[in-house]
Design a protein around this ligand. Structure first.
Ligand code: PMP
Length: 375
């Protein structure tokens, strides 16, 4: 008998069972080849056709303009923290602006500094516990003519803050977006960006590949001050159709299935409605039972992907023992991987594309029952 649980992991994250069933169905024989998709050369005709269709589907879903290239790279989103610097900083005479809104954008900042970039943290919300996104009046932007690019993280996976408006900055400054934990959960205006990158393992498949969407005129346009690894070079990756080395064929294959599935659901406008419904349900429980649950995140930027909350004791303060009990008992109800990031504690429910409404409903009911028992 099959035992599937509701998996709230922040990543590698739940993959929708329809997609997993398709993988299972095709595992031994992909498209009549008599081989698994993961045993095929990317140049094998059936694989090649599938990958081209994946590219088409992704472009259709995100409405990616023709003057943008789509690359599939490796090394996770973390490798893109370096790739962005090597490909966009140029000779280093300009400042790189970063929005420091959480621990992932902090990682990006650290990496840029490590590579010698002159970094300006135009936002730094560390003091707030990364629970806010300040308004434009508080951003400390470098003047456009002196700014190489601006990097921001569209959804901070650890603290659960999400930008619902693209930062309004001078259009002459290339805008770079780490969309790892929210890509394909809603439409996004690609044309406002210079680069968007995202790892697969949250919204579109297993770990192992990263999609990089880049405006073509920026590819190879800004020589870095010294040579850097070919594997990080957008120009080489673009010239070789993401096949400078062996691409991560399995994640690309599963990504292709997710894209197809997302299209069948009606595309990103429909997908966004589902996410709003899911997030509203969970934040609704948190707000309605405010003597037990507490969301540290400013309301206007509460993430739809990572719902972070604390459980309060009788004294109204977060109570790690109650939280441990909540997490332990959750497992018995088939609700798993809900533990908050070790740096923040508490509870985090990650509800990406692979998490259906039923799973969220199961968690919401469990939260309501839990609150009733400790009242
Ligand atoms: N950026 C964000 C927003 C993330 O959530 C993550 C992974 N949790 C990363 C970057 C790093 O991704 P990877 O571990 O695949 O390098």
């Amino acid at each position: 008998a099959e035992k599937r649980v509701w998996n709230f992991s922040p990543g590698p994250a739940a993959i929708h069972r329809d997609v997993l069933s398709k993988v299972q169905e095709e595992l031994l024989d992909f498209e009549g080849s008599g081989m698994s998709a993961m045993e095929l050369s990317p140049l094998f005709p059936a694989y090649d056709t599938m990958w081209k269709q994946a590219d088409k589907d992704l472009r259709e879903l995100l409405v990616i303009p023709d003057d943008y290239a789509v690359l599939w790279m490796q090394g996770g989103a973390t490798m893109q923290f370096s790739a962005v610097v090597f490909n966009l900083l140029g000779d280093g005479s300009k400042t790189a602006d970063y929005f420091g809104t959480g621990n992932w954008s902090e990682r990006a900042i650290q990496e840029a500094r490590r590579l010698g970039a002159n970094v300006n943290a135009a936002i730094d919300t560390r003091e707030t516990g990364y629970s806010t996104l300040p308004p434009k009046s508080e951003w400390k932007l470098t003047p456009a003519s002196e700014c190489a690019y601006l990097h921001y993280c569209l959804n901070e996976t650890v603290s659960g803050v999400e930008w619902f408006e693209i930062p309004d900055v001078d259009p002459s400054v290339p805008l770079v977006c780490d969309a790892s934990s929210t890509i394909l959960s809603r439409p996004i205006d690609v044309a406002r960006h210079a680069v968007i990158y995202a790892g697969c393992q949250k919204n579109f498949g297993p770990t192992g590949s990263v999609v990089v969407i880049i405006r073509k005129d920026l590819i190879g346009a800004r020589p870095f001050k010294y040579p850097f690894p070919s594997m990080l070079d957008y120009k080489i990756m673009a010239d070789y159709n993401s096949m400078w080395n062996t691409p991560a064929t399995f994640p690309i294959y599963v990504g292709a299935l997710v894209f197809k599935w997302l299209k069948e659901q009606g595309g990103l406008t429909e997908i966004e409605k589902i996410h709003i419904q899911k997030a509203t349900r969970l934040y609704g429980v948190i707000d309605a039972l405010s003597s037990v649950f507490y969301s540290p995140v400013q309301r206007s930027c509460r993430s739809r992907m990572n719902v972070v909350f604390r459980i309060l004791g009788k004294d109204g303060k977060p109570d790690p023992d109650l939280e441990a009990g909540f997490l332990k008992d959750a497992v018995e109800f088939g609700l798993q991987q809900l533990k908050g990031h070790r740096t923040v504690g508490g509870v985090r429910a990650s509800i990406y594309n692979g998490m259906p409404i039923e799973g969220v409903e199961a968690l919401a009911s469990y939260m309501e029952d839990f609150a009733a028992t400790i009242k």
